[in-house]
Design a protein around this ligand. Structure first.
Ligand SMILES: O=C(CO)COP(=O)(O)O
Ligand SMILES: O=C[C@H](O)COP(=O)(O)O
Ligand SMILES: [Zn+2]
Ligand SMILES: [Zn+2]
Length: 312
């Protein structure tokens, strides 16, 4: 169909109260596996790359890395019949954000959430001005991702403040907004029960009216953790955001659901399983296929959970 603005995908999702997964990639194989899954589900697709992914792909040259991803994804988008957007995840380095905008990313995230509120607003507003002038939409974040502990006072300090969220969105004119509501990145999100602050989420949706983004949203699917561990991995104690919790967040206004860890675990499970059974194989197209099939399955399962199938 086309290479599109992330905002187009997310405005529709926000109106329709469904979620679209944003999948992190570092290379072609993950992109192909994700694309196969999205095509089968006829789902809009957001691909995102971290600054680290851009440096990796560009052999430490950000502009070269950003061009690498734009070329791969834009070209492919023009040959398939689903909308695809390319997003810079957790942009923090000015040069890399500029490289992504210049190379043709659909959108960028400016993550100045570690700064104090006023400074976060100032930095975000600056990036919005530059990005919008280039026709690129912007995501920004408020609060810190570190999970809700039993201590409520500590949670207050890391979770998004609703009044600040309103002021932040109005002042900066960001296109989509990531409120911290209790998730964290990686495979070890919760010690006990997965607990997110739904009330806070509902209020943020109400006061901002923006498409909302959930970071650290992987489910850490135990089926793949088990396979990986059967073949030598050690992810003891891993725990993610369960599917029913994700569905609930979508119902309360989350539209972009960032997913990296689930794909990494599925891939490494497939790779370990395949290699353990075929000691003679050294063709990457063969030994990566099972890993890609597992990634594709995770992608399709997430599309079903979030409700973006047939929304093209
Ligand atoms: O938030 C993410 C990327 O920005 C990814 O989160 P996970 O580590 O839960 O996959
Ligand atoms: O949010 C972070 C993403 O999972 C990307 O991580 P990375 O910096 O290892 O590429
Ligand atoms: Zn952050
Ligand atoms: Zn994130």
């Amino acid at each position: 169909m086309a290479y599109v603005d992330t905002k187009d995908i997310l405005d529709k999702a926000s109106e329709g109260y469904y979620g679209v997964a944003a999948f992190n990639i570092n290379n072609m194989e993950f992109f192909h596996a994700i694309l196969e899954g999205a095509l089968e589900k006829k789902s809009p697709l957001i691909i995102e790359t971290s600054e680290g992914a851009i440096k990796y792909a560009g052999m430490n040259d950000p502009y070269r890395g950003a061009r690498f991803f734009v070329n791969m994804i834009k070209d492919m988008a023009n040959t398939v019949d689903i909308p695809i957007a390319l997003h810079l995840d957790h942009g923090n380095n000015f040069d890399i954000i500029m490289a992504a905008i210049k190379a043709g990313y659909s959108s960028v995230m400016i993550d100045a959430s570690h700064e104090v509120f006023e400074e976060n607003m100032r930095i975000t507003k600056d990036i919005v001005r530059i990005a919008h002038a280039a026709g690129v939409s912007v995501e920004a974040e408020l609060g810190q991702l570190s999970g809700i502990e039993d201590n409520v006072e500590a949670a207050e300090n890391v979770l998004v403040n609703v009044d600040e969220a309103k002021e932040f969105c109005e002042t900066t004119e960001v296109d989509f907004f990531a409120p911290a509501i209790g998730t964290s990145h990686g495979a070890f999100k919760f010690k006990g029960e997965a607990k997110l602050d739904y009330d806070r989420l509902k209020k943020v949706k109400e006061v901002t009216g923006k498409p909302l983004v959930l970071h650290g949203a992987s489910s850490v699917v135990q089926e793949y953790v088990k396979i990986a561990e059967e073949y030598g991995a050690d992810f003891g104690g891993s725990k993610g955001v369960p599917a029913d919790v994700l569905k609930q967040t979508v119902e309360y206004g989350i539209n972009k659901v960032n997913t990296d860890t689930d794909l990494r675990i599925a891939y490494v499970a497939g790779l370990r399983e395949f290699l353990a059974h075929d000691a003679k194989q050294f063709d990457p197209r063969k030994y990566q296929r099972k890993a890609m099939d597992y990634v594709k399955k995770v992608v399709m399962e997430r599309i079903d959970i979030l409700g973006s199938a047939n929304k093209i």
